[in-house]
Each structure stands twice: as C-alpha cells, then as structure tokens.
Design a protein around this ligand. Structure first.
Ligand code: 4NP
Length: 157
C-alpha cells in the first residue's frame, strides 16, 4: 500500500467505536503536526442511529481522556470504497460487510486491532449494552491501536 491519506473507520452504529477512533486518530496526527495531510471520517453498517451524535457515554469517556468527539452518524456506502484509501473496521463482521461493498475495488480494508498487535488482531467489542467499564476498555483499545496506526502512517510518508 502507498501512503494512505483518506481513512475511514467503520463500526455498527457509528455512535461509539468508529467516531471515537476518528477523533483519537485526528488528535494523534494533530499532535504530530500532520492532521492537515489526512482526511479522516467514520461510518456505520446499520441505519438505526443515522443523524445522531455519538453516544453520551462514549463522548463522556473520551472527554475525560482529552478527546472531543464531534460526528453525525451515517451509513457506509459503495462510494466510500472509491473515496477512501484505507477502511478500518472494528470486528470481523465489519470486514465481511466492507469486503462485500468493495467488490473488486482496490481500497485497503483492515481491522483496527491489527495495528499495534502483531500477534493477534482482537476485535474492538461493541460497548452499547454493557456498563461504563466497557467504554473505558474500548477507549484503551482504540487509543493503543490508533497510536500504532498514526506511527505507521507517518513513517510511510
Ligand atoms: P458502535 O456501537 O457500533 O460502536 O456504534 C453500537 C451502537 C448501536 C448499535 C450497535 C452497536 N445498535 O445496534 O443500535
């Protein structure tokens, strides 16, 4: 893969994991003075929460850790497969949906857990039905993988 500049994160509802990853990666690239060289967005595989801001629990968890989430939920489209260089899902179901949408297009599709965890690419679990500790755990996983992703993006540039 060349050096991707347009990166899309995808989860199920686009109200917890992927808007968090979008905000975390943007912040990490800004800290490296590189955010203006990237386009970062997020989308979901289902329509249940279209037009909504991210879940309050996710936004509060992120805010406590210095990350501001500002995203309106939307569904991933086939057009995204042409617009983005790298699409990053949270679990294997997202990867299957994305691969089906991409068809023969050359967009690169990866799982977030692949970054920073060479031996085992864990799913980032859906925190929606659980307690606050689930949101903290999601934050930790997303933060760790986005650190590795930012490092990799900037090394390749
Ligand atoms: P997300 O979490 O995929 O991280 O945004 C979810 C939020 C809502 C639903 C599923 C996952 N839902 O089915 O409503």
């Amino acid at each position: 893969m060349g050096s991707p500049r347009r990166i899309l994160f995808v989860c199920t509802g686009n109200i917890c994991r992927s808007p968090l990853a979008e905000a975390v990666l943007r912040k990490k690239l800004a800290e490296r003075g590189a955010d203006d060289r990237y386009e970062i967005d997020s989308a979901g595989t289902v329509t249940d929460h279209l037009g909504e801001q991210a879940d309050t629990r996710m936004r509060r968890t992120a805010a406590r850790r210095g990350v501001r989430i500002n995203h309106v939920a939307r569904r991933v489209t086939t057009h995204d497969m042409e617009r983005f260089d790298l699409i990053v899902g949270m679990d294997d179901r997202h990867l299957r949906t994305l691969r089906a949408l991409a068809g023969r297009r050359s967009v690169v599709i990866r799982k977030l857990g692949e970054f920073g965890n060479a031996s085992r690419a864990a799913d980032v679990p859906d925190p929606w039905y659980g307690g606050m500790e689930g949101f903290e755990r999601v934050f930790d996983m997303v933060d760790q993988s986005c650190e590795a992703l930012a490092e990799w993006l900037e090394q390749g540039s």
